[in-house]
Write a protein that binds this ligand. Structure first.
Ligand code: ADP
Ligand code: MG
Ligand code: ZN
Length: 627
């Protein structure tokens, strides 16, 4: 745990309060002790009067304005002179006269001054400490984001970047992004041996932009560069620049670069740079002045240091298209490195990295996992193995088996497992729906093979049919898309053919959404319809506050209605194909449904075997082993 000043001050306050009371007590005590001088033994007032009567008192010294007396008296028993302390009643006016009468030596002493001084100090020490404590607290909290002091001194607010002297990450810890690693290897050399480049007059690049979807390892790569080069790693997130108060962002940029220059050579990593680096002067409702000032400051700082100062700025984004062009021009982030979701080989090597510290049973094939997880990023795969490890621990097993991996994949992809439905009509209908998907998937040559069919609900789904993506998702042919559309319609087709039009359910809603999406893309993006090879829509049609405003599709109403007609034709064709398969294979479907209701889950191989007893099952493309 790191102990900050703030913690110390906070915790010391109660201690101070308690300390104060003890101190006060101590001082009060001292004051009396001083006053009463050396006498330790106390004598009661009554006894004192008796002694007085008996003429045993030899002298009396009065202290504290007559409230305490030190009495010298001759002891009754051993006839020795003793000094005793007596507390006198406040009103004893006749005491003085009696002392005089008895001819006793008496004197009065003013209260001692040191005692008063110490008492005063004792009284003051607590408020002083409190004020000092509060001052510290206030000063500290003004550096804490959103702390109460923030509003008071936002102008000189400290940057909220973090610095790691040693990241401890090496290129070996980053897998599946070999091209990116190769490009960045050069950056490591810039940091380690800049002379090699400057000697021949080369200008060392200042900025590298890592572009890629979340979880692909951009942060990890940046850390690995710092780790390989053995330089400090400064990092800040773009969103942290943009604050409530004007000028904070710009001053953070200044602070960051100042600190970096003191620590050069080093890496500055700006995560989510799109938060601050969006195209200026664009967006609905005018620009964001604060953001633009921050961006301007960033641009200025990047121009402000020489290329050879040993600072390399690495920024990460998944939206390079919205970045201000000034950021991308030479001399700034002129190098772009793409960090994409890994392909099957990449996934295998990432799994290798992350299984280093996991206990895997011998039967586990990382290749099979890589095959099952198209579209998974590095972060997804790391999470997957962790989930599997948790499951293994929960099941009290020695090592992770394929069972846990499969469950973990299912869980990551489709959500938490639910409790199976009770047997009944709706369970039967769901069984037909899923077998419908699986039958189409099995009988169409172009479709990915069935991995398993299950009635165990997960996430939103009441039943699920899993397919094994056969190859990398790189290029997909027209017949493959059509097969997928038919397969996705298989569920609804089964409901309709078996139960009739009146009984179809809402269960196919999600399927239909996918179907429509795929068919529409065939027409508008991939030129796979009778509209010809035209791209009518761009990939991203979300309205962003940045540049994307302009990228709405532009075509005439006539084209629009032709698109709709084409989409409908494709879907109807596939639906009819799926329905025909249900009618043709009714016997095997009934048998599979009974089996599925009994077993809850049917494995892909078993499924294919049963279907093969009734009809010809097309041979699907074999997997190419990963080399
Ligand atoms: P990004 O910054 O691109 O969103 P991160 O670098 O933060 O992704 O990755 C999050 C985590 O996922 C990493 O800490 C690492 O455990 C894992 N990870 C992501 N990509 C990879 C990769 N290519 N190789 C190994 N691990 C990875
Ligand atoms: Mg990141
Ligand atoms: Zn379905």
């Amino acid at each position: 745990m790191k102990i900050s000043w703030r913690t110390i001050v906070l915790w010391s306050l109660p201690a101070l309060v308690i300390g104060f009371f003890i101190w006060q007590g101590a001082f009060a005590q001292t004051a009396v002790n001083m006053g009463s001088n050396t006498a330790r033994t106390r004598m009661s007032y009554g006894r004192f009067l008796d002694y007085l009567q008996a003429d045993r008192v030899t002298s009396v010294d009065l202290y504290d304005g007559g409230r305490t007396a030190i009495v010298e008296a001759v002891d009754e028993l051993n006839n020795q002179v003793e000094r005793l302390r007596v507390d006198l009643p406040v009103n004893s006016p006749d005491l003085i006269s009696r002392l005089r009468e008895a001819n006793i030596n008496f004197d009065s002493h003013p209260p001692r001054n040191e005692g008063a001084v110490w008492g005063l100090l004792g009284n003051l020490i607590f408020p002083i400490l409190l004020i000092v404590g509060l001052f510290f607290l206030f000063r500290r909290s003004s550096n804490v984001p959103g702390g109460p002091g923030q509003a008071m001194n936002f102008g000189k607010s400290k940057a909220r970047f973090s610095m790691e002297a040693k990241t401890g990450v090496l290129f070996d810890d980053v897998a599946g992004v070999d091209e990116a690693k190769e490009e960045l290897q050069e950056v490591v050399t810039f940091l380690k041996k800049p002379e090699r480049f400057t000697a021949v007059g080369a200008r060392i690049p200042k900025g590298v932009l890592l572009v890629g979807p979340p979880g692909t390892g951009k942060t990890l790569l940046a850390k690995a560069i710092a780790g390989e080069a053995g330089v400090p790693f400064f990092s800040i997130s773009g969103s942290e620049f943009v604050e409530m108060f004007v000028g904070v962002g710009a001053s953070r940029v200044r602070d960051l670069f100042k600190k970096a220059k003191e620590n050069a050579p080093c890496i500055i990593f700006i995560d989510e740079i799109d938060a601050v680096g969006r195209q200026r002067g664009a967006g609905i409702g005018g620009g964001n002045d604060e953001r633009e000032q921050t961006l301007n400051q960033l641009l200025t700082e990047m121009d402000g240091f020489e290329g050879n100062s040993g600072i390399i700025i690495i920024a990460a984004t998944n939206r390079p298209d919205v970045l201000d062009s000034a950021l991308l021009r030479p001399g700034r982030f002129d190098r772009q490195v793409t960090v994409d979701a890994p392909d099957i080989k990449g996934r295998l090597s990432i799994l290798n990295v992350h299984s280093r510290d996991k206990k895997l049973s011998n039967e586990i094939s990382l290749e099979a996992i890589a095959r099952r997880t198209p579209g998974f990023t590095g972060a997804d795969l790391a999470n997957l193995l962790n989930e599997a490890a948790i499951l293994t621990a929960r099941r009290r097993k020695e090592a992770i088996t394929m069972l846990e991996i499969d469950d973990a994949v299912d869980r990551v992809v489709a959500g938490m497992e639910g409790t199976p439905l009770m047997d009944g009509k709706s369970k039967r209908l769901i069984a037909y729906h899923e077998v419908g998907h699986a039958i189409v998937g099995t009988l169409l040559k172009e479709h990915d093979p069935v991995q398993k069919v299950t009635l165990v609900p997960r996430g939103q789904a009441r039943g699920l049919t899993w397919f094994m993506p056969n190859e990398e998702q790189g290029l997909i042919s027209r017949s493959q898309i059509l097969a997928r559309i038919s397969g996705a319609l298989g569920g609804r087709a089964a409901e309709k053919v078996i139960f009739g039009d009146a009984e179809v359910t809402t269960g196919a809603g999600n399927d239909l959404q996918q179907v429509t999406g795929m068919a529409r893309q065939m027409v508008t993006r991939y030129g796979m319809s009778n509209l010809g090879p035209l791209s009518l829509e761009t990939g991203q049609s979300e309205v962003f506050l940045g540049r994307d405003m302009m990228t709405r599709s532009e075509y005439s109403d006539e084209i629009a209605s032709r698109i709709d007609a084409q989409v409908r034709t494709i879907v109807e064709h596939c639906y009819e194909e799926a329905c025909q398969m249900m009618r043709d294979n009714r016997v095997v479907i009934d048998r599979l449904v009974d089996l599925l209701i009994e077993k809850e889950t049917i494995d892909g191989d078993e499924f294919r075997q049963i279907v093969a007893e009734y009809t010809q099952v097309p041979e699907k493309e074999r997997y190419v082993p990963i080399v």
